[in-house]
Design a protein around this ligand. Structure first.
Ligand SMILES: NC(=O)c1ccc[n+]([C@@H]2O[C@H](COP(=O)([O-])OP(=O)(O)OC[C@H]3O[C@@H](n4cnc5c(N)ncnc54)[C@H](O)[C@@H]3O)[C@@H](O)[C@H]2O)c1
Length: 285
């Protein structure tokens, strides 16, 4: 059983000063874990650490304003955490840039693409490479959660760089999970958190969205059930709808349809009709 939030453990959470990362930090603190929170937003990080420190004591929290794109900074943090508390029992690579949209169109400046990839893809890889060696050496059960996105599965129009980066996180995390399960005596599991529409940052909560705390509840429950893909619903999109969208996307390849046919005018009616039907039952094998 993969216990994400376990009393006495050590949680490292990137993007821990806001949204889903902050909600996870609160849950970890409530479980009596020690926390290393990474966030480039120094003000929000201070506020988060101050409020959590009231509950668990400021000595139980390490903060770092490291940019997750900076591998050396994450390695230095890993050293600090390991020296102080030992290797993490939870590593949550959750920070991302341009969550609410931003530059990253097909012809946008290469520098924008490079930044999106440096943070949203390499930030995750950096977190794993900085902390996993110590976690493996410790030989203890531990959990790695990487935050991907539905946008990396179904590629909706609007932000190709973000979508492409999240597709890479989704793929990377599957490779990570396979690597870990093939290691002898390794009790570290990896999970791909795929949030739905979640009210985060400074956004006003709107009907249809989930709160970050709901995402964290779902993460905890699904990880306990040993799920790798933690595909969150929200109040607007139940799992069944996502399953159909993902299935349709996979069928683009199998049926050799145009790329992202869901948004192709010639397939508009077929997609709408498909969404009204049940998915075929595929025998479990
Ligand atoms: N909110 C949603 O609807 C939604 C949906 C799908 C996926 N996600 C993913 O969930 C994760 C958390 O996002 P959120 O919605 O809680 O957003 P958020 O903006 O509330 O939190 C993200 C945090 O990451 C920090 N951050 C950004 N770049 C950083 C960097 N280079 N180094 C360190 N910290 C950095 C920000 O300062 C911020 O505090 C992200 O990976 C995001 O892509 C969010």
């Amino acid at each position: 059983m993969s216990e994400i939030f376990a009393s006495g453990g050590v949680a490292v959470i990137t993007g821990g000063a806001s949204g889903i990362g902050r909600a996870a930090a609160r849950r970890a603190a409530a479980m009596g874990m020690r926390l290393a929170l990474v966030d480039v937003n120094a003000d929000k990080l201070d506020q988060t650490a101050a409020s959590l420190g009231e509950a668990i004591g400021r000595d139980s929290i390490v903060t770092s304003t490291a940019d997750v794109a900076d591998f050396a900074a994450l390695q230095a943090l890993a050293q600090t955490v390991e020296t102080r508390w030992g290797s993490p029992s939870l590593l949550m690579n959750n920070a991302a840039a341009f969550v609410a949209g931003g530059p990253g169109g097909i012809l946008d400046d290469n520098a924008n693409w490079a930044r999106v990839f440096a943070v949203n893809v390499l930030g995750v890889v950096n977190g794993v490479q900085a902390f996993l060696p110590g976690m493996l050496a410790a030989g203890k059960p531990a959990v790695i959660v990487n935050t991907g996105s539905k946008q990396g599965l179904t590629n909706p129009p609007g932000n190709p760089a973000y979508n492409t980066a999240k597709a890479a996180v989704n793929a990377y995390t599957q490779n990570l999970a396979r690597d870990l399960r093939e290691r002898e005596n390794c009790a570290i599991s990896a999970h791909l958190l795929i949030p739905g529409w979640t009210t985060t940052g400074e956004a006003e909560h709107r009907p249809g969205a989930w709160l970050p705390e709901q995402v964290v509840d779902y993460l905890e429950q699904q990880a306990k059930a040993e799920r790798f893909f933690i595909l969150c619903p929200d109040e607007e999109t139940p799992n069944q709808v996502d399953h159909k969208r993902i299935f349709w996307n996979a069928m683009d390849i199998i049926e050799n349809r145009p790329a992202l046919s869901r948004w192709h005018p010639d397939y508009k009616d077929a997609f709408a009709a498909f969404m009204t039907r049940d998915l075929p039952v595929i025998p479990k094998g």
